[in-house]
Ligand binder design. Sequence first.
Ligand SMILES: Cc1cc2nc3c(=O)[nH]c(=O)nc-3n(C[C@H](O)[C@H](O)[C@H](O)COP(=O)(O)OP(=O)(O)OC[C@H]3O[C@@H](n4cnc5c(N)ncnc54)[C@H](O)[C@@H]3O)c2cc1C
Length: 396
Amino acid sequence: MGGSIAGCAAALALRRARVEEITVYERAAVRLADRGVGVAVHNARYAELESAGYLDTSIPFVQIARSRWYVRDDTAPRSPLGREIGVMPSPFRTYNWGLLWDGLYCRVSETTDFRPGSAVEAVKATPEGAEVHTDGRTEHYDVVIGADGYRSRARAAISSDARPGYAGYLAWRGAYSSSRLRDAELLAEDEGAYVLFQGGHLVVYRIPDGATGGHRVNWVLYSAPPPGLDQGMHTPTSLPPGTAGDGLRAHLAYVCAELLPSYWADLVRATVYDELFVQPVYDFTAPRHAVGRILLMGDAATVARPHTSAGAVKALQDATILETVLTQTATWSEALAAYDSDRVSSGHAMVDLGRRLGRALVTETPNWQTFDQTGLETWWRQATGTGQFGGRQLTR
Ligand SMILES: Cc1cc2nc3c(=O)[nH]c(=O)nc-3n(C[C@H](O)[C@H](O)[C@H](O)COP(=O)(O)OP(=O)(O)OC[C@H]3O[C@@H](n4cnc5c(N)ncnc54)[C@H](O)[C@@H]3O)c2cc1C
């Protein structure tokens, strides 16, 4: 269920584990490859996923080496970028979501019955497998994988009370061709930027542009909206491009005018309405990742706050673990039990890290004006705790 990053990776895992018949139900009828925002993958996690056979260099990426951290400082000599408080290593490959999806999809499209425009209405466990209800039909399978995202119906079937909790703030996002970027040389190709303010921050990096072969500028801004503007967002939802209301756009305009240095404010303002979308930040991890013959993967199983830069990585790791347990066990039941015990602890660790980073970067921000390189490094060590920013090490 679901043919996005987790769904395609699941199909690849099953094929590599020599499962013969694989059906992917994908609700969206449109090409998922047309989604064009950024996903960052830590170099070390990329290396593991490449050696496991899930990613390779055929998928375009931009290599980032470091991030520069800025604050607005109206008392300092005016730099449009703001005052640089430090530089941190940032060994990430950045991907265009659509190109990443396409790279995975191409590897499974010929060996999988991929059904775009097929929404699963319900899934039910049976003694020997699970049944899927869709388009007025019922189809029977040995195993059903719920890769159907954070509002998963598969999860509801095995654990009715596990659902994402609203973190109390939003992510405004945009991406556009870097040819539109004014003073483009101020954002080096191998650098990202964190622009910090009280109660939130902006993250910027370049990603590949599928249409031109050049780059796109990708940005995400986290901030709590004024009271009342996020009513209704406790129920998991997102606002697709071109649907953010006047109040949310006015708050973004306020952050640009009052809290960001001018270069970064202009970079955000260069996003046209149809490119702007808003995602409330949620997190949760399902208490069980497999029950009977129904298994959860990707955001259906765990959503960590995006500050971890690890959601897509974890979805791909889920798939590699599924392949491993399938090749090491003799029955579906043994494989699903092994998958469950591995992924539940991983899910808790990522959610915990996301909450720590959410406090540090959004809800309990320090006085950035006092920060320098040493202060930044100390704060970052405390914020990330045991590390694992960019995803946990793949151990199996
Ligand atoms: C602001 C933000 C920034 C992020 N940045 C990063 C990053 O830098 N690095 C990183 O690794 N991750 C990042 N992530 C997380 C990452 O995008 C996700 O974790 C990842 O894409 C996992 O996707 P998925 O396939 O599990 O779910 P989704 O992409 O949500 O896919 C679910 C699919 O299931 C389909 N579906 C749903 N219901 C049904 C149904 N009933 N029947 C059939 N199909 C159905 C949907 O149409 C959809 O295609 C970020 C997330 C956010 C919100």
